[in-house]
Design a protein around this ligand. Structure first.
Ligand SMILES: Cc1cc2nc3c(=O)[nH]c(=O)nc-3n(C[C@H](O)[C@H](O)[C@H](O)COP(=O)(O)O)c2cc1C
Length: 207
């Protein structure tokens, strides 16, 4: 009876977590805090870009992007983004073609959430900024995380745009969010699409 019961529980647990369990582990690198342009140059080059090259982000870029967005930057656990009353109320999810993960800031790691493509737009990764509680401050706090992403991207030469357009309810279901939680913004990130001139120059360089 004991063994059968344990087996049944294990099988059920496997079935329930199956969707996320099939996702590969993505091990993040510790952030490289020395890279990127000066802050004034990053501000001067910040812009929205809506077309992305198909290449996936490198592990280096993905790791630094997530940390810049809302990582822990002090021993007391506070973040790169300020939050009203230090509620730290914004979770960053990373949606790839294969599935979606939650960025766990304290451990600087990606936790698998669900298999399948939930990206509202096609880009190598779409960051989903999720408020843990539906408060007046949540959209403000999400906006600040979004600007962190913009400044990181402009500082290291990545393309991004913040987006309010999406089916937030559909995404909430896909992310298995509890009732109080809400997707506020989605932000695709990728490399700039090369112009035909740049592609031609690259080809010539190869010869
Ligand atoms: C809260 C917010 C929501 C936005 N939603 C969208 C959107 O759904 N789709 C989109 O293409 N751009 C969206 N944008 C980007 C703006 O269109 C863009 O920032 C604006 O045109 C100025 O261009 P710039 O970012 O290059 O300065 C949004 C921007 C903000 C701040």
């Amino acid at each position: 009876m004991g063994k059968r019961y344990i087996l049944a529980v294990l099988l059920l647990a496997g079935m329930c977590s199956g969707a996320a369990a099939a996702l590969p582990e993505i091990a993040l690198l510790p952030p490289d805090k020395t890279r990127g342009t000066a802050v004034m140059q990053a501000l001067s080059e910040r812009k929205s870009t809506r077309v992305f090259a198909p290449e996936k982000l490198t592990r280096r870029d993905l790791s630094d992007l997530l940390w810049a967005a809302n990582g822990v930057n002090r021993p007391d656990g506070k973040r790169t983004a300020p939050s009203a009353l230090n509620r730290q109320d914004i979770d960053v999810y990373a949606a790839f073609e294969e599935g979606v993960y939650r960025y766990d800031a304290p451990s600087h790691s990606l936790v698998p959430v669900a298999e399948g493509d939930v990206r509202p737009v096609k880009a190598p990764v779409v960051l989903l900024l999720v408020a843990k509680e539906d408060t007046d401050y949540a959209p403000i706090d999400a906006g600040i995380v979004s600007q962190n992403i913009y400044l990181f991207c402009s500082g290291v030469g990545l393309a991004t745009v913040t987006r309010g357009s999406m089916d937030a309810d559909k995404l909430a279901k896909a992310l298995k969010l509890p009732g109080k939680q809400k997707v506020i913004l989605n932000q695709p990130v990728g490399y700039f699409q090369k112009t035909s001139k740049e592609k031609q120059a690259e080809k010539k360089g190869e010869k």
